[in-house]
Design a protein around this ligand. Structure first.
Ligand code: ZN
Length: 56
């Protein structure tokens, strides 16, 4: 399915069997989004850029 990018309004192709937590990226602006579901609807939220900090 196609979902509108919240950022640039581009079309993001999301697999029909996407599961919560899946990461998709916008072909237009490159922003990465995490799939989640709210009230049975598929939504996107900006993926956290997890910084790996293995400092001691
Ligand atoms: Zn975009």
């Amino acid at each position: 399915m196609k979902v509108r990018c919240p950022d640039c309004d581009g079309e993001i192709d999301v697999p029909d069997d996407a599961i919560a937590g899946e990461i998709v990226s916008c072909p237009d602006c490159g922003q990465e989004y995490e799939v989640y579901f709210e009230d049975g609807e598929l939504k996107l939220k900006p993926a956290e850029m997890v910084k790996e900090d293995w400092g001691e």
